[in-house]
Structure formats: structure tokens, C-alpha cells
Design a binder for this molecule. Sequence first.
Ligand SMILES: *[C@@H]1O[C@H](CO)[C@@H](O)[C@H](O)[C@H]1NC(C)=O
Ligand SMILES: *[C@@H]1O[C@H](CO)[C@@H](O)[C@H](O)[C@H]1NC(C)=O
Ligand SMILES: *[C@@H]1O[C@H](CO)[C@@H](O)[C@H](O)[C@H]1NC(C)=O
Ligand SMILES: *[C@@H]1O[C@H](CO)[C@@H](O)[C@H](O)[C@H]1NC(C)=O
Length: 319
Amino acid sequence: MFSNKILVVFIVYFALNLAHGQKDVKFFRNDYVYLDATESFYKINSLPKNFFDAKRACALEGASLWYPENQEEADAVISYWNSTQPTWWTVTLGMSDLLVKGLFETIDGKPVTDVYHNWYTGEPNDSGNVEDCVIIFSSGKMNDVACDRKFPYFCKKTLQSLEWNQLCNMPDLDYTLNEKSGKCYKVHTVPLNWTDAYNVCSSEQSYLSVANSWLEINDLVKLTETGLKDWNGGSYLRGIYHLGFHNRFNEGWQTVQGTPVNGSIALWGSRLNEGSHDQCGAMFYTGRLTQVDCGLKCFFVCEHEVDRSSRTENEENFQ
Ligand SMILES: *[C@@H]1O[C@H](CO)[C@@H](O)[C@H](O)[C@H]1NC(C)=O
Ligand SMILES: *[C@@H]1O[C@H](CO)[C@@H](O)[C@H](O)[C@H]1NC(C)=O
Ligand SMILES: *[C@@H]1O[C@H](CO)[C@@H](O)[C@H](O)[C@H]1NC(C)=O
Ligand SMILES: *[C@@H]1O[C@H](CO)[C@@H](O)[C@H](O)[C@H]1NC(C)=O
């Protein structure tokens, strides 16, 4: 029966859309722009970074350092670049010959001859034997440069690779929702100092966890109970987690959101005092709060407040 077929087609279509609903929304992050021509999201980064830092910054956001796949993408991105940042001449690309000298490859391992490669005449020439990275001019021409030179750069995320963490309303699937507190958490077990940890959380659109009540501290204790709790044998103690409070301004202990640390929690913690040079906040896996040297490398917990309004606003921008 004709109408039944339509119904089946409709249901299948609807079910597929539900499973991949996030892909129809065409939203990745507030700081990325979607270009229809390439079905990808891009972020212009005007603060110049060297190749390594640029690559890392994009990866922290769940994206990758841009290079053009083909002429069409070069045109689309450069035209967006021309219309928004007409004063820059060059950006760093996600390609290098760092692995094998003389063999330029993209950061995901494709030979550059398989993607867009519009070199200036006589380039790449590996001037001074140090030119292992690649820049592109707004003219579309490429040149090899030393990797420690700093340029603006683009990060890219394809629509196809985008997955959506529905519960936490964010792209990072590693965040888990705590139903009770209504907050999403991600435990990081690569130890970093407090400022680097702060930066990683910020790149993930979150912040170092502000455990400002017993309820939240209990959430964190549960999250971290399976983690390592011993000395690693050298530079750091596994079992301490950086949290989002500090006294870095010597103005008294405050959260990264600028609010005072909850008095009852702080008093219960070990020795939150103003005089010490240990100006950053942390938690033992037991839940006891403490203060540590901001340079100490520790595990850390990022926290993301579930905010459904920002995504809706963006959905409207695409209509
Ligand atoms: C971008 O601007 C440069 C410099 O003005 C120009 O040579 C180039 O053709 C422009 N490219 C696009 C795609 O708009
Ligand atoms: C290599 O190219 C650079 C531009 O990137 C140019 O300044 C330099 O003179 C060239 N060196 C040689 C040996 O051709
Ligand atoms: C401070 O902690 C107490 C005990 O957990 C909690 O009841 C209170 O809501 C917290 N205050 C703030 C401002 O978070
Ligand atoms: C943390 O480490 C980075 C290098 O990864 C360093 O630049 C920064 O100064 C350190 N921060 C502190 C507070 O020691």
C-alpha cells in the first residue's frame, strides 16, 4: 500500500534524524563558523602561534589545524578570511615534513600532493635547512617556513566528524552528567600544573571544577575513586586533583568564577591560609580540600554547566 510505504520511509528518516540529530543542527561551538561549501566549521585564531602550539590548541578544542583539501576549500576559507581579517597575509597550515625531511604531509598523514598544494615557484626550498612547516598567503600560494615562527591559524571540524553529547549539550563525549547536581564533569588523568589545567578546561568550554558544596564534593569523590592514588615515583602525587579555586591575587580565596570559597567547606579543608605560597586549590581523592603550589602537576576535573539556551540561539542563526 502506497501510504504505508510513505509512512515507513518517514519513520526511517525520522529515526535516522534522531540518532544523528546533532548533525542537522550545524552547531559545534560558539567560536566556530559553519561554511556550507565545505560542510565544516572553522575558527579564525588571530593570536599567532607556532606550528606545535597551534596544532595543540585546535586539538584541545576537538578540532584540527586547518589545511585545504582542495581548491574549493582553499577558495571558501580564504574568502571567509578575506572578508573578516583582511589585514593578515599568512596563516600556518596543518602540514609539515617533520617526520621525514623533504616529504611534506598533512597532520593526518596524507601526502600534500593528494591535497591542495599551490607552492610559490621555487618552493619549498628548505632555506637554511630549517623550513619544515608551511604557511599559506591570502593569494592561495604556499611557502615553507621554520616551525617556530608564529602565525595566525584556522582550526577545522568537519560536520561529518561531529558527535554531540546530548546530556551535557556539548561536543565532548567524555563529559558525564551528574543528575543530582545537574553538572557535567570530565576527569583528566594526565597531570598538569594549575594554569595549564585551567587552560585545558577553558578549551573544552568548561572550567576547573568549583566544588562549593558537600553535594558537589561527594560527586567528585565518586568520580575520582577509581583513579590512581600513589606517588608516581617522582614529580607528582596521583590522587590530588586541581580544582577551580585560588588565591593568586592575594585577595583571599575565591573560585574561578570570582565568588568567595564556601566558608564551611574551606574550614573543613586542611589549611587554607593566606600566607602560604601555595596559592592554588586542589582536592585529595578523599574529598578533603587543600592548597598546593600552582606549578605542581596534578590530575584535575573540568566542569561544564549545562546550558541549553546558547545552542538554541545558534540553531536560529542557521535558519
Ligand atoms: C583574498 O585576498 C587576496 C589579497 O587581496 C586575493 O589575492 C585573493 O584572490 C582573495 N581570495 C579570495 C578567495 O577571495
Ligand atoms: C628560499 O625561499 C625563501 C622564501 O621563503 C627565500 O627568501 C630564499 O632566498 C630562498 N632560498 C634559496 C636558497 O633559494
Ligand atoms: C556551602 O556549602 C553548604 C554545605 O554543603 C551548602 O549547603 C551551601 O549551599 C553552600 N553555599 C554555596 C554558596 O555554595
Ligand atoms: C605551568 O606550566 C607551563 C608550561 O607547560 C608554564 O608555562 C607555566 O608557567 C606553569 N605555571 C605555573 C603556575 O607554574
